[in-house]
Every structure is written in structure tokens, then in C-alpha cells.
Write a protein that binds this ligand. Structure first.
Ligand SMILES: [Zn+2]
Length: 206
């Protein structure tokens, strides 16, 4: 992303601080840009964390008490973006949703309640077992636990597929890959909600 030149020395730079005069710049509303990173889906979370701590130190309010009001304002805005960005980027699912949004995809929650057709039968059976368990039929517990494991394994499988698609997009930047990722994320959201619901019912019926 092209940034305007430094407000203080008018030279070109990338990142939060000017490389020439070290003045803090008006932060761009983009988490990757705040971290000074390329927009990539595969991300080294440990490197992200190190960068987060480094920038948190550099943006600490104590460092700006004698700077101009403009830079103090920038430091507050940048800190806020840094904190939000860290929360989103360190989580692969949230990171992918963020990139999809930035790339112009609509990622609403619609469709979350629709059962993926290939899961209809299994979800139907699971719901029956859940109902029985809620009514106090402890014999349903085995079937519920088995279903929980199966759906949790599906979620793990989706996470592996996502990892591959992340690498693919980072290499080729093809829109079709993002479309596939969006589809997988919807499926993942559905299955994740299902696993969470099963875990809640199983705990409550103990
Ligand atoms: Zn400068």
C-alpha cells in the first residue's frame, strides 16, 4: 500500500515511524500496515507477538509526553489499531475473515443456521440424541459423545485445508482461492457452533 511521504521531513517511508527522522506517522487503517507486514494469510504467530511487544513499547504514552499534540494523537490511534490488530491477526479464522473483508468479500453471518446438505442426516441424528439427553436419558450420552468427536475431527480437517489454501493464496493471490476459503469458513462456523452446543448440553446434563 502506497503511503504519503513523512509529514515532518517529507521523505518516503513505510511503516509507522519514518525511517529518516523517526517521526510517528498517521496510522493507516489496516492491521497489516500497522505491523509493517505484507497482507498474508499464513503468518508466524511468534514473530507477530514479538512485533506486537516491540511496537507497544515504541508507542507507549510515556515516549510522547514531550512530542507534538499531533504525534500524541497518532500514538493513541496507532496503539488502538495495534491492539485490535494483534487480537485479529493471531487467530487464523479471524485473520482470514479480515483479509476477505479487505479484499472486498461480504462475510456476513448469513447461512450459519443452514445445515450443509452433506451433513443433514448426521445433524438430524445428533439433534435426536441431544433431545434425549436433555430429557435425562443417559443412554444417549454415548451417541452424543461419538458425534462430538466426529464433528470436532471435521473441524480439524477444515483447519488443515484452510492452512493449505492460505499458502496457496499467499503465493498466487487468486480470487478463486479466497472464494474457497470463504466457503470453508462458513462450513467451519457451522460445525464449530455445533460442537460448542454439544459440549454445553453434555455439561448441563451431567
Ligand atoms: Zn521523516
Amino acid at each position: 500500500m502506497e503511503q504519503p511521504p513523512c509529514w515532518q521531513c517529507n521523505k518516503k517511508y513505510t511503516g509507522l515511524f519514518c525511517a529518516h527522522c523517526n517521526a510517528l506517522q498517521c496510522p493507516v487503517d489496516d492491521y497489516y500496515s500497522v505491523f509493517g507486514m505484507e497482507r498474508k494469510l499464513s503468518l508466524d504467530v511468534q514473530a507477530l507477538q514479538a512485533k506486537f511487544y516491540e511496537l507497544s513499547r515504541l508507542l507507549h504514552p510515556d515516549r510522547f509526553t514531550r512530542r507534538s499534540p499531533l504525534e500524541r494523537q497518532y500514538s493513541l490511534e496507532a496503539s488502538s489499531l495495534l491492539n485490535k490488530g494483534y487480537r485479529v491477526l493471531r487467530n487464523p479464522v479471524q485473520r482470514a475473515e479480515y483479509v476477505l473483508k479487505k479484499e472486498g468479500f461480504d462475510i456476513g453471518e448469513q447461512g450459519t443456521k443452514d445445515v450443509p446438505p452433506e451433513l443433514l442426516e448426521e445433524v438430524f441424528e445428533l439433534n435426536m440424541a441431544l433431545e434425549e439427553l436433555k430429557m435425562g436419558d443417559q443412554q444417549a450420552r454415548g451417541a452424543v459423545e461419538e458425534a462430538r468427536q466426529r464433528f470436532a475431527a471435521m473441524r480439524d480437517e477444515i483447519d488443515r485445508e484452510l492452512e493449505q489454501l492460505f499458502q496457496q493464496w499467499d503465493e498466487k493471490h487468486e480470487r478463486a482461492t479466497l472464494q474457497q476459503i470463504r466457503g470453508l469458513l462458513n462450513r467451519r462456523r457451522y460445525i464449530h457452533n455445533l460442537v460448542t452446543e454439544v459440549e454445553n448440553v453434555a455439561t448441563l446434563s451431567n
